[in-house]
Each structure stands twice: as C-alpha cells, then as structure tokens.
Design a protein around this ligand. Structure first.
Ligand code: TRP
Length: 434
C-alpha cells in the first residue's frame, strides 16, 4: 500500500488552549513527522462563519491558530497546511455533494438536532435561529475531506457522525457517477487525553475554563493557581483521582515524573506546591514554543505567505480533481461533448445500508437506513459489537429473520414492515448479483 493520507480541519473561532494542544496540535504534529503518512491540515474558516459573526475574531483566530501550529513544530514543507477559504474548489464540491445528500440525513445530524432540542426545551420553534449554514455543516465538511481523497480523518468523538456522512456522500456519488472518491474513515486516538479545565470539567471555550496555550509566564502561573482543588491542608494525603491538576500534569510530564507527583500527593504535598510543580513543568514545554509563537504572531505577512503557498499546493490537486468531477456529473464543455462523451453507467437504484454504532450508554446498536436517509430499522442495545454484527448478518441473509429478531428491534414511526422487508430483499438481491 502507498502512503496513508490524513486530513483534519480546525475551526477558526477561538484562541488555542492547553486542551487543544494536548488533544489535537501535539498528536497531529507528531503524526505528520511519520514517513508513511501524508498530512493535510487546514484552517476551517468557512466553518467558523457558522458559529461566529465577528469578522475581527475570525481573522484573529485564524492568525493565532496558524501561529500555534507552526510554533508547535508543524513543518509546512511536509504538511499541506492551508486555509479552507483559499480553495474555491471546496464550496464548488460542496454543491455537488449537496445534490447527492438526503435532506433526511442532515435532519439527523447531532449538531443540528442539538440546536433543535435546545429550542424545543425553551419553548421556541424547532428551527429558531438555525441557519442553513448550520444545517449544511456536514456537507461542507464532506467537501473538505473528499476533495483531497483523505483516508483517515483524526477528529474528536463528537465528529464521528460527520465522517460517516462524508463516507456516505462519497459512496452515493461513486455509485451514481463512477469511482471518483476515496471513502474516508475517522481516526480516533485512544491514548490522547482530554484535558480538564480550571473548574475540573473538560477544558473548553464554551465552559470558559481554559488556559490559553500561549499565555505569558505570569499569566500561566496565575491561571494554574486558580485551578480548583479540594480543601485538604498541607500534610494531608490527597487524591489523584479526579484531580484536574494531576491530570494536566500527567499530560505534560514523563511517566516517572507523574509517579513522583502521585507519591507527593499521598505524602500530603501542599496544593500551592503542587500548583507550582505543574506550572514549572508546563512552562518548560511551552517556553521554547512561546518564543517562536511571539515571533510569528508579530509577522502576520509571513504566516499569510505560508498559507498561500499551502493553498497553491492544495489547489494543484483540487483544480484538476474538480474538473474531473464536473465532467463526471455532466457540467461539460459543449464544444467537447461530441468527442468526450463517455458511456455513462445506468445508475442503479441506490441501496439501503446497515450502520453499526455505539451509544453513550456503552451498548452497541445498528440501524438500517434507506438510500434517501430515512430510518427503516432500529435495534435495541447489544452488549457486544459481535452480537449486533451477527443480527445484521442474519437480516442480510434472509428477510425472514425480521420475525426472529423482533425482540431486538425498536419500533420506528411511520415505517411499514413490508417496506423493511423490501429493503432487505433489495440488499440480498444486490449481494447475489455482485
Ligand atoms: N468540524 C470540525 C470540528 O469542529 C472542523 C472541521 C471542518 C474538520 N472540516 C473538517 C475536521 C474536515 C476534519 C475534517 O472539529
């Protein structure tokens, strides 16, 4: 196999904090150094417009995020590092994908549903304040990913659904117009820590509990000093379990250093001393990057040039690819049409698909989704992924298994049994024909 292509985007709405560093910047920069990967990292500034209507903040955040990644060691000669809005082929692809994406699929996107639920809970209309941009968010993300034929997309768990949607868009498009897209997969790094913030909840801008990655030394000391601890006095043994301070330390220290702090906790280290230990350790990691960051942030024109060079490299791929895609869907020069007409495969009826996933309750589920995105079948929770897989296997083999499995299926509003049976039959027929 050739090299694997990784691609990920960073929405440009905020100032990078220690949680972003540990959870995304540091592992991504490390991954980009591996010889058998090709990395595409970009600033998702079109996506930022969905969440932020402050132009100054968008521009500032773009600068800060670019400077942070570069200061953290991202090498723009090895990584294709660019700004989404410098690639006009992306919104163009966005439209092509919009035309193969079921509206029903987007109706079920978590981010959109969460906005609706919030509205309904507050007694407002479901779509109150929901822009078409928010609704279309997953399609734009699909365009980001499919444009560069990414195999792996490193994201947080909250983004897995979007990657699955991108995969489905690619499959639908390929099915209709021939094999053009690579089917991407989410890459979730189990070893990467989620950092707690000042108040012990996940460090996040929305909780206002962050420590900016490039605070000054003084500011960093002050912020670390304000991390929530319990009221145990010096000399009293302290719990590492649930200690935000300890968890942050762990993300910056070696295993041996972490063990030493664990012992100090048991021996009753004073909170003030523990905070100082944490501060010095974090600062040791940040200080060399801070100098580079300061230098970069004061030279915005240099960052601009880096991003434009990255965009040029990205467009060297995007421009010919969008040409291919336009031709595939029939957006063709009339002058060439007579000679360039390729026989178009008769479009087969799109097929329903099984999806397997895990819910917050820790159980494993599957569902059957029609080609237009409508939910046809929904399982109850299984304890093991294998059990869910076996049930799918039975259903794929024989529509009659519906009866046998009825206890493991949850009712779906407005779906008739014979429609489900017909969908299963279509799948069985397609498998037999393949
Ligand atoms: N939606 C992603 C986030 O909020 C950012 C993003 C935009 C992205 N486009 C992408 C991530 C493409 C991966 C691939 O984290």
């Amino acid at each position: 196999m050739s090299t694997t292509r990784f691609l990920t985007g960073i929405t440009t709405t905020g100032t990078p904090h220690l949680g972003n560093f540990v959870g995304s910047i540091r592992p991504s920069v490390a991954a980009s150094l591996s010889p058998d990967v090709q990395s595409f990292y970009f600033l998702a500034d079109y996506h930022a417009l969905i969440k932020c209507e402050d132009p100054v903040r968008i521009q500032r955040s773009t600068l800060e995020i670019a400077a942070s990644w570069l200061a953290a060691g991202l090498n723009p000669d090895h990584v294709t590092f660019y700004r989404q809005s410098d690639i006009p082929e992306i919104p163009e692809l966005n439209w092509l994908l919009s035309c193969v994406t079921g509206k029903g699929v987007l109706n079920r996107a978590h981010a959109y549903k969460a906005s609706q639920d919030k509205n309904l809970a507050a007694g407002r209309e479901a779509d109150d304040g929901v822009t078409a941009g928010l609704f279309m968010y997953p399609v734009l993300m699909g365009a980001d990913i499919l444009m560069f034929k990414a195999h792996k997309v490193p994201v947080g768990r909250d983004q897995i659904q979007h990657i699955e949607m991108a995969r489905d868009m690619a499959a639908s498009f390929n099915h209709l117009y021939g094999e053009h897209f690579v089917l991407p997969e989410a890459a979730i790094d189990e070893h990467v820590a989620t950092l707690p913030g000042l108040d012990g909840r996940k460090m996040s801008k929305s909780y206002d509990n962050t420590i900016p990655l490039f605070s000054s030394r003084e500011q960093l000391k002050k912020l670390i000093g304000s991390i929530l601890t319990d009221s145990r006095a010096p000399g009293e043994a302290k719990e590492v379990e649930g200690s935000a301070l300890f968890q942050i330390y762990q993300a910056f220290a070696t295993p041996a250093e972490t063990e030493a702090l664990r012992k100090a906790y048991a021996d009753g280290i004073a909170w003030g001393d523990a905070k100082n230990t944490l501060f010095e350790r974090v600062d040791e990691v940040i200080a060399p990057m801070r100098a580079k960051y300061e230098d970069l942030i004061h030279n915005p024109a240099r960052i601009e040039a880096t991003l434009l060079a990255g965009a040029e490299r990205a467009r060297a791929l995007a421009t010919p690819f969008i040409r291919e895609l336009r031709s595939a869907v029939g957006l063709r020069s009339l002058a060439q049409a007579a000679t360039a007409a390729k026989p178009v495969k008769a479009a087969k009826a799109a097929l329903p698909a099984f999806k397997q996933y895990r819910e917050a309750d820790g159980k494993f589920y599957f569902k059957l989704v029609a080609a237009d995105g409508r939910l046809l079948l929904q399982s109850t929770g299984f304890d093991a992924p294998k059990e869910a897989g076996q049930a799918i296997g039975q259903l794929q083999k024989d529509a009659g298994a519906l009866q046998a499995l009825s206890a493991r299926l949850a009712p779906v509003d407005g779906v008739q049994a014979d429609e489900v049976a017909a969908a299963l039959q279509a799948l069985a027929d397609a498998a037999a024909a393949a």
